[in-house]
Ligand binder design. Structure first.
Ligand SMILES: Nc1ncnc2c1ncn2[C@@H]1O[C@H](COP(=O)(O)OP(=O)(O)OP(=O)(O)O)[C@@H](O)[C@H]1O
Ligand SMILES: [Mg+2]
Length: 362
């Protein structure tokens, strides 16, 4: 390395799902993250029961996708599977920093289904509404309210999960630099520094996830078993073309002319399938405002492959009378202009991996 040249390392963000892998390599140049390459595994991977076989299979898949996309770095930031993440918003007394850890661990133990000693625990202070409201009040009043307690978002995962993921990457020839939850990764790539209350809806292949993000922190998460496969099934029930063909037709069904749309452009044949998702959105927003005392989300940001169902954004916007749009995870990254159409198309599936890699740019 030259005396004055600083070698900038790139970083690989890896969204390691149960049956697929998506990765994005970014490199910091000047003050922006630049896209180096991206890749994903196609098709579902059938996982063996044996854990060691599973690790080897996942490692082989990571290696194959990385080689196929000519990944240059060995440094990885990966996501923890949502099923292994436990989080809650708690209040603790506003004590000295060194005493806070013990209090946080005691709170974490209340919602963890295993001993806190076996968990990796992380936490962030949430800007308190009570404190904000107290700003205009008398000094005595402020002192009383501010001194009393703090609100924190605790996130925890089993230590064994962390060890397991590090091992998978080691087997693939990579070094795991850090781990993060999907919630934080999505917040970084889709919300950035926007402090308003937003509902993030990730509609994947088999599951949908709902995150409320306020003050740039993912403060609530809910999940349900509904995703692309259900819409493929609904399409096949009507067209009787088989699941494989229905899957191919799904993104372009309006062009077949055989499908009727409602006034928003959303296909009528999906309206029954989408209903549980609508109920869950309504329920999550209510729960957040009533139980957690949060601000009602101002808008909905969609992501996940199934957020590209024709006119889903317009349909939800009409249903909830709110601003709804498909998030662009590349908005904070530099990339060659000619890649724009391709990146838009796959962006909904890469929001987690982009968010993971963007962590390095902070
Ligand atoms: N243009 C499109 N229109 C409609 N659906 C699409 C489109 N592109 C991809 N999908 C659907 O998106 C789904 C895959 O999305 P994604 O990659 O976000 O899921 P996943 O993260 O692997 O799934 P999960 O989170 O449920 O494990 C598939 O069901 C696929 O059919
Ligand atoms: Mg997903």
């Amino acid at each position: 390395m030259g005396l004055f040249s600083k070698k900038e390392e790139s970083i690989l963000g890896v969204d390691l799902g149960a049956s697929s892998v998506k990765m994005v390599e970014l490199k910091k140049e000047k003050h922006q993250m630049h896209l180096v390459t991206y890749g994903f595994s196609s098709g579902e991977l059938k996982m063996p029961d044996d854990d060691l076989e599973q690790r080897n299979l996942q490692a082989a898949l990571i290696k194959k996708v990385a080689q196929g996309s000519k990944v240059k770095t060995k440094n990885v930031i990966a996501s923890v599977p949502l099923s292994d993440v436990f989080s809650a918003v708690v209040r603790i007394p506003n004590v000295a920093k060194k005493e806070q850890t013990a209090l946080i661990e005691r709170e974490a133990q209340k919602f963890l289904p295993f001993p806190v000693a076996e968990a990796v625990v992380d936490w962030k202070v949430i800007e308190d509404k009570k404190k904000k409201d107290a700003k205009g009040k008398s000094f005595e009043h402020q002192k009383k309210e501010i001194a009393s307690d703090i609100q924190a978002l605790i996130t925890a995962a089993p230590r064994s999960t962390v060890t397991r993921i590090a091992d998978v990457f080691k087997r693939a020839g990579f070094t795991l630099k850090s781990l993060e939850t999907e919630a934080f990764a999505l917040t970084r790539s889709l919300i950035g520094n926007d402090p308003t209350s937003v509902l993030l809806v990730d509609v994947g292949a088999v599951r949908s996830n709902f995150f409320v993000v306020e003050n740039t922190l993912p403060v609530m998460h809910r999940s349900m078993q509904l995703g692309g496969v259900n819409f493929t099934q609904a399409l096949d029930n009507v067209l009787k073309v088989g699941l494989e063909k229905a899957e191919q037709m799904k993104s372009d069904i309006m062009s077949t002319g055989a499908i009727e749309a409602d006034e928003t452009g959303f296909p009528k044949i999906f309206q029954q399938t989408i209903q549980p998702l609508i109920n869950e959105i309504r329920y999550t927003m209510n729960l957040y405002t009533t139980q957690q005392g949060g601000t009602h989300p101002e808008r909905i940001v969609l992501t996940g492959g199934s957020s590209l169902l024709p006119h889903l954004d317009a349909f939800l916007s009409h249903t909830f009378n709110m601003k709804v749009f498909v998030g662009d995870p590349w908005a904070r990254t530099w990339y060659p202009e000619n890649l724009r159409p391709a990146l838009y198309e796959i962006g909904t599936r890469f929001a987690v991996s982009v968010g993971l890699a963007l962590r390095e740019g902070q």
